[in-house]
Every structure is written in structure tokens, then in C-alpha cells.
Design a protein around this ligand. Sequence first.
Ligand SMILES: NC(=O)c1ccc[n+]([C@@H]2O[C@H](COP(=O)([O-])OP(=O)(O)OC[C@H]3O[C@@H](n4cnc5c(N)ncnc54)[C@H](OP(=O)(O)O)[C@@H]3O)[C@@H](O)[C@H]2O)c1
Length: 297
Amino acid sequence: MEKILVTGANGFVGQELVQVLTQRGHSVIATGKGPTRLAVETNGVRYVAADITHPFELQAIIESEKPTAIVHCAAMSQVDECEQKQKEAHNINVEATARLVLDAEEHNCFFLFVSTDFVFDGEKGMYTEEDDLNPISWYGQTKLEAEAIVQTAEVPWAIVRTCLVYGNAYSHGRSTIFSWLRDNLKAGRHCKVVDDQFRTPTYVNDLAIGIALVLEQRKTGIWHISGEEVFTPYRMGLAIAEMGGWDAGLMERVTAASFTQPGKRPAKTGFDIQKAKKELGYQPRSFSQVAAQLLAG
Ligand SMILES: NC(=O)c1ccc[n+]([C@@H]2O[C@H](COP(=O)([O-])OP(=O)(O)OC[C@H]3O[C@@H](n4cnc5c(N)ncnc54)[C@H](OP(=O)(O)O)[C@@H]3O)[C@@H](O)[C@H]2O)c1
């Protein structure tokens, strides 16, 4: 058991991670912007409000709490928002990460950074940890720069890249691709769904377990943690419609080009997760297994 500080604990991944880490017996200092939005605060969790762009707030928490590891999930995570607020995105995603790495060094904490498939250009797909990075969005660019800083850390570090994370809508948060598709289909609402963006969608609970495995085994370096089946959002929708007994015809199959969005999305990402399977013992569940569970709940 150890004491782990999590940033971005109010977010989609952060909320799940806090729950999984405490279930695994760790003590968690959950940090987020403003008041807590954690659905459940169990015994092992303490929430502390901290803005990662503030020069000293996290430093003070780390100083007093003395965590053994930091998992850095906080980010400006929306591609279009990053494109439109480039300076702010850089401040949150890059400069705050650099400060947090210094804090980790000062207090000798293992540092785990959560990154994204958007560091790739989407030409090749099924990326390994060794593939060349070439982001096509400002979001991806900021995550690439943050990754580069993490790699200079003078404490053991890990970068966990993940891809199209899904699950139920989370406490006080946005919908996820899964909950959006399910809710539209269930309500009989027409929706436009992209069929030319290929990903290996990641169940949020699998991701949280993957992060815990890296932490607990003190594995360093870069790790690709995602599902292992390739889907487009449209094909996820087809599977959900079939399992839920809903009309797949409600979905209009479209291409990404039919949307005008400020930030570009890579066409074909998805991860080769062989390294995580062999070296961490990571095993994601299949999409149909997770979907059945989420639809039943
Ligand atoms: N979800 C995905 O599909 C996906 C895929 C690849 C990688 N990732 C990465 O996974 C990590 C978690 O993503 P997510 O999906 O959980 O995103 P999220 O729900 O947007 O969570 C990010 C959290 O960071 C917080 N944050 C932003 N600025 C902050 C600041 N200045 N100080 C403190 N906290 C701040 C946000 O707070 P507020 O909620 O208050 O704004 C939010 O709770 C991110 O690093 C993201 O890049 C996610």
C-alpha cells in the first residue's frame, strides 16, 4: 500500500482512478480544481482543491502529504478547446507538468503522466511505444511537449498513453462516447456518427487498472494502455444498438470531414498493447463484455 497523489481527480479518468486505487488498498490524495466532484469518497481518499497552474498550491500539498507517487491526469483535454485557447492549453498541459515534475524530484516521488494517442498523426494506426510522434492538433502538441519534459525527470517516471476512453457518464461530468451513443439510441434520437476514425477504445476501468499495474510494479518508460479491438464510433454504435435491441438506422453514418471542428483528429490511431500485456499482465476486457455490463447496469 502506498500514498498516491492524483491530479485531475474530478475528471473522467481521475474519478475512476481514485476509486480503483483505493479499492486496491492505496491511500489517495485526490486533487482537482474547485470543490470535489468525486461520486463516492471512501476511507482511503482525501480530496484537496488545487489548481495545477498555481505556482505553489500542489507543491505545498506534496510537501505536507509526502506521497510516494504522483499520477498526473489533469489536463485541458478537449481538442477544440486547446486549439482555441492555445496559450492556456500550453500553460495547463505543459508548464504545469514541468512544475509538477520538479515537485516530484524534490520529494522523490514516482511520476506517472497520462498521455494520448493524439501525439500520433493517424496515418499508420496500431501504434507501438516506439513509433514516431507527429501530432496534428495543438492538444497533441502540448501532450508531446509534456511527455518530453517527463522524460527528463530525475526520478523514475512512466508515461501511460491511452485512446478513446469510454464508460458511463461520470459524476458531474460530460457524456462519454459510449453513454452518448446509448442515450441517443435508447431515446430514439437521430445522430450523426463518424465511421472513418479508427481507435482501440479503452474502458475507463481497464485504464485505471493499467495505471495501477504500472505504479505498483514501478515500471518505467512508455506504456500503451487501451482496448485491443479496432472500432470507429459508428461501429461501436452498431454493436450497442444490436445489444440494446435499438434501431441502428437512427445513426447517420458520416465522415469526419462532414464536421467543421477547430482541432484536427488523427484518422487512424489505436494501440498495439503487446508490451503492456506481456510485461504488466494487463488484460483489457472485450468491448462486448463491457457493453453488456454497462447496458445491464
Ligand atoms: N478521455 C479520453 O478519451 C482520453 C484519451 C487519451 C488521453 N486522455 C488523457 O487522460 C487524462 C484525463 O482525461 P479525462 O478524459 O479524464 O479528461 P477530463 O475529464 O477533462 O479531466 C481532466 C481534469 O483536469 C482538470 N483540470 C484542468 N485544468 C486544471 C487546472 N488548472 N488545475 C487542476 N485541474 C485541472 C479538469 O478540471 P475541471 O473538470 O474542473 O475542468 C478535469 O477534471 C488527460 O491527461 C487526457 O489528456 C484522455
